[in-house]
Unconditional design. Structure first.
Length: 423
């Protein structure tokens, strides 16, 4: 087995989004890699040297041992399959394992004796062995931990972060038995310069991922709740946090919208498993409720500001700056800016959204409205800074204020002199 680690790996990556593509390119520096995705347009773009996620440099891809395909049969000769497909929640906040189990079934139909299947998709503890392994066995006719083996290594990609990239973030690894765990750990150790942490079991590795994001979610929900309280008191949350942060052990979190592919989703996976075991996770779910309601709070606060200035609400014109789920990044997955947008529409407001990072076609396809191609109007009744893209620092907020705009800053990002309210 050790010899195979050094010389015989041929790796298939299933799912070529924010997680799978960087992983494929890094492994391709050492091993033959085939990247598979069911999205034909995505494969066409990658083969043309384009990456809409902006997470990978494809300029030197021709020098790597990598190819991209939508043809599942092309990965049948691989012996390591790494699954990096999305694991979203549905409209009821229930984990949707359909993409994961579909990809697992594809792998199962190709599985051979001695193959290793590694899952990176975020799941609840136990999912790999309780949900995915039976699918692999069913489609392959092989026996788990006898004919084929599994591992789990949670992804830790931070979209838009050019400092903490894939190779610079310590990687948690695990395997279905002691020998395979070491093999998988060595495999990732080949590309992760920050080092690896070998967890004692797959379930432990799964749980570690779930609590990473649940912890951040709960901490952010606390300061979001403080923002709601301090708004009623008429004091600025940022001022309070700045004062509190002078204590050495104060944890500095900021209020705001909580979206994206991890923090706004993963806690529901942990909660789902807990409830299946008969435990209702009060802290996790209460934090989710607070964070999920922040977009509605922002929209209603802006409407109240307009009313206070005797502005007519219906048919007023409001600009939202930013639509991606975080700053300086094109990622629009699970963006909670949509909550502000929808709530404002319910008041009969004319809402425009400008985001120089987000892809207009993807926004139209996934959310059903058109982004402004550029900022061509200086006359708005209100402006909401929803995402702190660097480009927004250079806007002439003084002129916007002179033209009558109320400015709400959700990120404490704009010069305070021009802001009417902020989180």
């Amino acid at each position: 087995m050790d010899k195979a680690v050094q010389t015989d790996f041929k790796i298939a990556i299933l799912g070529l989004g924010y997680v799978g593509l960087p992983l494929a390119l890094e492994f391709a520096k050492h091993y033959p890699v085939i990247g598979f995705d069911i999205d034909a347009e995505r494969i066409l773009q990658l083969n043309s040297g384009l990456d809409y996620t902006l997470e990978a440099d494809l300029s030197k891809v021709d020098k790597l041992q990598v190819s991209f395909t939508t043809v599942i049969e092309k990965i049948q000769n691989c012996n390591v399959y790494i699954v990096t497909v999305p694991t979203p929640v549905d409209h009821l906040k229930i984990p949707n394992l359909a993409p994961l189990l579909s990809a697992t079934g594809m792998v199962g139909r190709l599985l051979k004796k001695g193959d290793i299947v590694i899952f990176e998709s975020t799941v609840y503890p136990g999912c790999t062995e309780e949900d995915c392994v039976p699918v692999l066995e069913q489609h392959s006719g092989l026996t788990y931990n006898q004919d084929f083996f599994c591992g789990y290594s949670p992804e830790r990609i931070n979209p838009g972060d050019k400092i903490n990239t894939l190779t610079k973030i310590k990687k948690v690894t695990s395997g279905s038995n002691e020998e395979i765990a070491k093999v998988i750990d060595q495999l990732y150790g080949k590309i992760i310069t920050a080092g690896t942490h070998l967890a004692p079991s797959i379930k432990v590795a799964e749980a570690s991922k779930a609590i990473e994001n649940a912890q951040r979610d709960v901490n952010i929900s606390f300061v979001n709740e403080l923002a709601l309280i301090f708004d009623r008191m008429g004091i600025d949350t940022a001022d309070v946090l700045a004062a509190a942060a002078t204590k050495w052990n104060f944890l500095s979190y900021k209020p705001g919208l909580v979206g994206g592919h991890c923090i706004g989703v993963d806690p529901y996976y942990l909660a789902h498993k807990a409830e299946a075991l008969g435990y209702k996770p009060e802290v996790i779910l209460s934090g989710r409720r607070v964070n999920d309601n922040m977009g509605m709070f922002v929209a209603n606060k802006v409407v109240k500001l307009l009313i206070a200035k005797d502005r007519e609400i219906k048919n007023s014109k409001i600009l939202i700056l930013g639509f991606a789920f975080k700053e300086n990044c094109p990622d629009i997955r699970n963006t909670r800016v949509i909550d502000i947008y929808k709530e404002l529409l319910s008041f009969g407001v004319n809402v425009e959204v400008f985001d120089p990072w987000a892809n207009a076609d993807r926004v139209k396809k996934e959310y059903g409205f058109d982004l402004l191609p550029e900022l061509d109007s200086q006359h708005y009744d209100a402006i909401i800074l929803a995402v702190s893209h660097q480009q927004f620092l250079s806007l002439d907020y003084a002129s916007l204020k002179e033209n009558g705009a109320i400015i709400f800053d959700t990120k404490s990002f704009i010069d305070r002199r021009f802001v009417d309210a902020r989180l």
